[in-house]
Design a protein. Structure first.
Length: 106
């Protein structure tokens, strides 16, 4: 079980975008793509077969997973994530919890 998954609200803790917040769009191995973070401009050739116009395009680029942390709404800060095992009628479930207050991640 990964500690950061698609759809999590994260905050950037290091790098040029430090302090920015956003939602995880996708996971790419040890990198994550966060909405509105690490925006770059790329030149794109037109492709009439795909109805793609040419020009300068702004897109999200991946950043390393160690540079982001889960945002805890209760404490209004970045937080670490731990894994807790819960016994559910004889079946063991793994649940992600915040390290600071032990609350379960939704």
């Amino acid at each position: 079980m990964s500690k950061i998954v698609k759809g999590d609200h994260v905050v950037v803790i290091s790098g040029r975008d430090k302090g920015k917040q956003g939602q995880v769009i996708s996971l790419l191995g040890d990198k994550v793509v966060v909405e509105g973070v690490n925006l770059v401009k790329r030149h794109q050739k037109p492709n009439p077969m795909r109805n793609v116009e040419g020009g300068v395009v702004v897109k999200n680029m991946p950043i390393h997973i160690s540079n982001v942390a889960i945002y805890n709404k209760e404490t209004q800060k970045a937080d670490r994530v731990g894994i807790k095992l819960i016994d559910d009628n004889g079946k063991v479930r793994r649940v992600r919890v915040f390290k600071s207050n032990g609350a379960e991640l939704a």
